[in-house]
Structures are given as C-alpha cells and as structure tokens.
Design a protein around this ligand. Structure first.
Ligand code: SF4
Length: 62
C-alpha cells in the first residue's frame, strides 16, 4: 500500500503532517508523500491522516 496526495485538492492545512510526519511533509503549501520502501509500519497513522484531511485529498493505492 502507498498513500497518495491529490495536489489539486490539497489546501496545505498540515493536518496529515501533524498526524503522521513520518510520511507526510508540507512543501510549498502542499502535502507531499515522503518516499519510503514500506508504508505498512505507518498504516494506522496514515489511516488517521486520511480521516483528518478536511478535503479528502489523501487516498491509498494498493
Ligand atoms: S490534511 Fe489534506 S489538505 Fe491538509 S495538508 Fe494534508 S493532504 Fe493537504
């Protein structure tokens, strides 16, 4: 699994980075997914970030 941020929708609120800074990083007012070999260790925090995003910009690819 891999999280993806839709840059067109992201409003740069920082909620995802606040919940899971290991995976999400604000850059230039948009959230970027940090490149990792394996996202599974952060799965529950990523799920929390999905729920925390006010504009549903984060999706999970299998
Ligand atoms: S929580 Fe959503 S809108 Fe806010 S920075 Fe993250 S992806 Fe963007």
């Amino acid at each position: 699994m891999k999280p993806v941020v839709n840059q067109e929708i992201c409003i740069g609120c920082g909620a995802c980075e606040g919940v899971c800074p290991e995976v999400f990083k604000l850059d230039d007012g948009k959230s970027e997914v940090i490149k990792l070999d394996d996202y599974i260790p952060f799965k529950s925090k990523i799920d929390q970030a999905v729920d925390a995003c006010p504009v549903q910009a984060i999706s999970i690819e299998e």
